[in-house]
Design a protein around this ligand. Structure first.
Ligand SMILES: Nc1ncnc2c1ncn2[C@@H]1O[C@H](COP(=O)(O)OP(=O)(O)OP(=O)(O)O)[C@@H](O)[C@H]1O
Ligand SMILES: [Mg+2]
Length: 302
């Protein structure tokens, strides 16, 4: 990328050296087939950066390329100014990069605690100290730490996966669709948790299907389309950009709203059924809708 295009591409980014810098990446799975066709992003210390775009745009591929899981054919990737292009995932964990994949992100036959132990297999001496810090961020897991991860719900697995990625104390966390498959209430929790982790000092890149919600919490975002950068800028600016709305948020927002209304109706029916049959409090405690908004109070004390 040339210096003249960089400011436009990374509109709204802070000055100074980025923590993570992907420059014009070309990458793919099969020989001769590129999925990323010149994709760039910067993540500055303390930022929460979103990646949105249609299905198949290459969002997961980009995250995998950042984490050494897809071969980068052209372009460069640096971490704090140091070249890490095609560095292996285990070496990247050692350097402070954490990754939570979109699917298959826990060891189902292991307990929650054993899953968290896997997060620090490179530095087992840190286990107790990090466990305390991480469980503070995920108090829901404390009572259930001896349960097998395979017996957890989708939202709970997502928490375990995120907690495991945080165990080695990463400076950069890559999250692939942390809200996927969750009920609206659980989605709100996932977004709030992501923001809380970010506020605690971890720089985050979050890929999200739920574009509007992602843009609400992100400092900046990149819109990917066909393996290329289509738009970028501060999250709330993109939300109100007519072109972005028309091309990427319009129908998606309608779909999301419809899905949300469906899920809320389903959850209300479940709650009514539960109230009819069981007066006992739910295991996870009471739930309420939690708006993801700057003005919203935190879901729990940090
Ligand atoms: N393991 C793989 N082998 C070959 N092609 C793949 C593989 N994984 C993904 N692809 C292809 O790469 C393209 C981009 O996929 P990717 O998963 O990165 O998209 P995405 O933007 O994350 O989509 P979604 O929103 O559905 O998660 C798709 O055409 C997909 O078929
Ligand atoms: Mg994906």
């Amino acid at each position: 990328m040339t210096e003249t295009t960089a400011p436009a591409l990374h509109r709204g980014a802070p000055a100074g050296e980025p923590l993570l810098h992907a420059d014009d990446l070309v990458a793919g799975y099969l020989p001769g087939v590129n999925i990323l066709n010149g994709c760039s992003l910067v993540l500055h210390p303390g930022e929460l950066v979103g990646i949105i775009g249609p299905n198949g745009a290459g969002k997961s591929t980009l995250l995998k390329a950042l984490f050494g899981l897809v071969n980068i054919r052209e372009g460069h990737l640096t971490l704090a100014g140091q070249e890490i292009t095609n560095m292996r995932a285990d070496a990247l964990v050692h350097k402070g990069v954490g990754f939570v994949p979109q699917t298959n992100n826990v060891f189902p036959s292991l307990t929650i605690e054993e899953n968290l132990q896997m997060g620090v297999y490179q530095t087992p001496a840190k286990f107790s100290e990090r466990l305390e810090v991480v469980l503070h961020l995920f108090p829901e897991l404390v009572k259930r730490r001896k349960q097998r991860a395979g017996a957890l719900s989708g939202g709970e697995r997502q928490m375990v996966a995120m907690a495991r990625a945080l165990m080695p104390e990463p400076s950069v966390l890559l999250l692939d669709e942390p809200s996927a498959g969750l009920s609206p209430v659980r989605q709100d929790e996932a977004f709030l948790r992501t923001r809380r982790i970010n506020k605690a000092g971890v720089s985050v890149i979050i890929v999200e299907q739920n574009a509007r919600r992602a843009l609400q919490i992100c400092d900046r975002a990149y819109v990917l389309d066909q393996g290329r950068n289509a738009y970028s800028g501060p999250g709330r600016e993109l939300m109100t950009d007519p072109k972005v709305i028309e091309l990427y948020l319009g129908t998606l927002a309608t779909d999301v709203d419809a899905a949300r209304a469906d899920a809320e109706a389903g959850a209300a029916a479940d709650a009514a059924a539960q109230a009819d049959t069981s007066p006992a409090a739910p295991v996870d405690g009471p739930e309420g809708t939690t708006p993801v908004d700057d003005e919203a109070p935190p879901a729990s004390k940090d």
